[in-house]
Design a protein around this ligand. Structure first.
Ligand code: TXA
Ligand code: MG
Length: 317
């Protein structure tokens, strides 16, 4: 494995020290999280932030998520709210990102937050990234480790597919369990979901004891990055398909077509958590096999299905 992937490393004490050293120097690394893999750099460093934007070819007006070990490490950077603590207590560390007001004395580099007065903060659960965050004296700006507008990576090899040897270090933490990006919730006003995820609106409303504003996620969103084309596998994607065209790859739920190599089931028992975890992996697989088009059957819009539909709609854009 080391011969073909000279920059992918299994996690051990030596790689932990190396990762810390590289991050302290201002370079960026590929790291596993429970949602998707991230491209991580020092959120307080202008140089690191600029490396991240350049490598990803990301528009400068699309702000990054800043990752911390726990809320205590973020007290000088952002203003916490009551709703934040309710959700933090229930879901963190975990796959949820909070938009909060930035403190005047915050050390987060303005470019990381695209010069906004708000910051996206997340406390990831994956053991490897937590071990690293605990040791660092700064938080990690960490967008998904893909070229802007492409599919997020769910393995170290996916990260390699995106950046090849343009990054020196990718930590292999196995397949990302959740497989789609964190839920993003804006807490600077009346709580509002900006990006649906595995922690869905029903779970959040239960904790906050209030109804959230319901609106389409794609229109008129605060965060500029969300209106753009996203999650694109690089070939046309068609959604809500009922008829199969024999030149396409067909994505569906269930096991009806399991003997046909053009059919890709996201979950044989139609489990939506499993379907979410397999979506990006399936996109990459289909692309690798040389299909020119993806057709996707209707996916129920409940629970994780809401997040899946958000991603495939944007992929079809
Ligand atoms: O699961 C995840 O969240 C992954 C892993 C690596 O942690 N990260 C991730 O980052 O998905 P990224 O950069 O690919 O997506 C961050 C999203 C973008 O849509 C961005 O526009 C939004 O969060 N965002 C960041 N800061 C914001 C802010 N201050 N206000 C509104 N939206 C913001
Ligand atoms: Mg992304």
């Amino acid at each position: 494995m080391k011969d073909t992937y000279s920059n992918i490393f299994s996690f051990n004490k030596k790689i932990l020290s190396k990762t810390i050293k590289v991050l302290n120097q201002g370079s960026v690394v590929g790291l596993p999280t429970e949602t998707v893999y991230g491209l991580a750099g020092n959120a307080y460093s202008k140089y690191s932030i600029s490396r991240i934007y350049k490598l990803k070819k990301r528009p400068k007006l699309n702000p990054l998520i800043v990752h911390y070990y726990d809320y205590k490490k973020a007290v000088n950077d952002v203003i916490f709210t009551k709703n934040f603590f309710k959700l933090y207590k229930k879901f963190c560390p975990g796959p949820i990102t909070f938009i909060l007001k930035k403190k005047a004395q915050s050390k987060i580099h303005p470019n990381a937050a695209a010069k906004l007065n708000t910051v996206a903060v997340r406390f990831p659960k994956h053991k490897i990234v937590r071990t690293i965050l605990k040791k660092l004296k700064f938080p990690l700006a960490m967008p998904s480790a893909n070229i802007s507008s492409c599919v997020s990576p769910v393995s170290a090899f996916d990260v390699f597919d995106e950046f090849n040897n343009n990054i020196n270090l990718i930590v292999n933490g196995g397949l990302s369990k959740i497989g789609i990006e964190s839920t993003v919730i804006d807490l600077t006003n009346k709580p509002k979901i900006l990006r649906p995820g595995i922690i869905d609106i029903v779970k959040i409303e239960k904790i906050l004891q209030t109804r959230l504003i319901k609106r389409p996620y794609s229109s008129k969103i605060k965060s500029p990055g969300m209106i753009k084309k996203h999650y694109s596998p690089g070939i046309p994607v068609l959604i809500n398909q009922t008829k199969y065209d024999n030149k396409s790859a067909y994505i569906y739920l269930g096991k009806k077509y399991r003997n046909n190599k053009n059919f890709f089931s996201l979950s044989s028992n139609s489990n939506l958590d499993e379907a979410a975890s397999k979506l990006y992996k399936t996109f990459r697989e289909i692309k690798k096999r040389g299909f020119k088009k993806i057709q996707i059957a209707k996916i129920p819009s409940k629970g994780p299905g809401i997040a899946i539909n958000d991603r495939i709609k944007k992929a079809a854009n």
